[in-house]
Structures are given as C-alpha cells and as structure tokens.
Design a protein around this ligand. Structure first.
Ligand code: CO
Length: 134
C-alpha cells in the first residue's frame, strides 16, 4: 500500500536556526521559510536526493505542534510521511484493521497541497504517520 517516503518532519522552536544547522553542519540545501497559517506552522524544507526533511516551528497560539515543541525544546522527530496511491482506500484499510485515523477521518489538504491523513502513533510503532496521496 505505501509507496515512497515523501518527507520526515522535525519540529523545532526556531526553524531558521534548524535550517542553518542542516546547512552548515550537514551541507544541506534548504528552502526559504514559508508560513502556513492554516496548518499552524512555519516550515523550511531540506532537499535531499531521495526525499526531504520538513523543519517546522509553531505558528500562532493554536499551533498543533506547540505542545510537542514545549516538551522537546531541542526539537524532535514529529512524523514521517509516506505516499499512497489512493488515500480513501488506505484509510478504509486502516480503519478495517482497527487503526485510529486522527480527526474526522476525512483527508485534509496537507502542506504540499495534496490530500493527507494522520494515523495514531499507538497504532504504528510509536510514530505519528502522515499518509499523502501521490
Ligand atoms: Co508532513
């Protein structure tokens, strides 16, 4: 069902600082910062040959990653995102197996303009997983 790894998301308190670390320590190519108010995050992408890293910091009071960053002041792995061919088929397969899909179970439009769903970490090896329609 799952295809390629689309991105790994790392939540940090300071996205510019994190991007500078990736650029200076690892020699990575990083994008300009972008605010996504509808997702409550400000992001910078690290472009890799085979995938990308999404560095994100909380944006606004109601940011969904604010608590995570408060608990992980040095930053931390927030989620991984896998591509799927058909997001509704993927959702139904997960629900049929008893896995918990977050929210109301309907796909939303993710940070990359594609349909996404999140699966509860307790149902996937302790890792928050985002599924994104290819
Ligand atoms: Co993501």
């Amino acid at each position: 069902m799952i295809g390629r790894l689309d991105h790994v998301a790392i939540a940090v308190a300071d996205v510019e600082g994190a991007a500078a670390t990736y650029r200076d320590l690892l020699g990575a190519r990083v994008s300009e910062p972008k605010s996504l108010p509808e997702h409550g995050v400000r992001v910078i992408f690290v472009e890799l040959a085979n995938s990308r890293i999404e560095l994100m910091e909380p944006l606004g009071e109601a940011s969904p990653i604010a608590t995570f960053v408060a608990r992980n002041p040095d930053g931390g792995l927030h989620h991984v995102c896998y591509e799927v061919g058909d997001i509704l088929a993927a959702r139904d397969r997960l629900l049929d197996a008893g896995a918990r899909v977050l929210g109301d179970g309907e796909p939303s439009i993710g940070a990359h303009g594609k349909r996404v769903l999140f699966v509860h970490p307790k149902d996937l090896c302790g890792t928050l997983v985002e599924l994104q329609e290819a």
